[in-house]
Design a protein around this ligand. Sequence first.
Ligand code: ADP
Ligand code: MG
Length: 283
Amino acid sequence: MKIEVSNLSYSYNNGKTFAVKDASTIINEKDFVAIIGHTGSGKSTFIQNLNALIIPTKGKVVVDEFTIANKIKIKNIKKLRKTIGTVFQFPEYQLFEETVEKDILFGPKNFGFEKEKLEGLASKVLQIVGLDDSFLKKSPFELSGGEKRRVAIAGILAFDPDVLIVDEPTAGLDPISSIKMMELFKKLNEMGKTIILVTHQMDHVLTYTNRVLVFQNALLQCDITPLDLFNNLDLVKSLEIDVPNVINLTHLVSKKYPKILNYKIKSINDFVDAYKEVISLWH
Ligand code: ADP
Ligand code: MG
């Protein structure tokens, strides 16, 4: 199942200004796509159009049998929302039931899951997000920020969407929790889910994703692989984005060992392997 976005524009003020302007792209099944760009560049607006949380002012989004466009009534919007699950930028606002268990089962119940399918489901998805059964009976409001986020993600995973959209899921988390969360998305992607990740963490973009959409002032400026993007320092500069630490490190080391630039380095582990090889060639 792919998501085809054609000339999508969205305005919050009847066309006076556009939060997203004329964006076109295709997100393929099993893609792990990063969406990056400065605050206010249109990332959250863009993703909310993908499952009709908001409706394009102009242009359209096509997902399977669904066409999301102005003045077109979507039949069976529930099915669309079950296919594409979104975890909002501030998922703490997504939690509202008395217990974590009820919160997680809200989606599946709403989508008509049968009783037998609900049995043990909350426990299973909590485990996937790295929380144990002691959370089931807790109130969502007594959890830490990171735990709330995990519960919100569990609530989406509970109805098993094909596409998972996550808006800045690691913002404000400590580095270890961030990596755990990224490893979770990696695992879900390997299980066959499409992942669409809005993030400001460029190292995560490089390590985990296979495509990057870069927004700048409401425009989808660039649709590229992370390696092609981050190894083109002129492009990175013109898009006003940060360079992942491991790319900076590689460029620094390349002053002494130029061959290191031939390696497709996507993570600190890749860097260590490449570094060992180039220094052994040198000595
Ligand atoms: P990002 O997620 O990249 O930070 P947004 O999509 O949230 O960007 O915002 C894009 C533009 O739309 C910004 O100028 C922002 O102020 C505006 N905007 C976002 N949400 C709303 C809203 N609910 N009402 C009015 N303007 C909004
Ligand atoms: Mg946003």
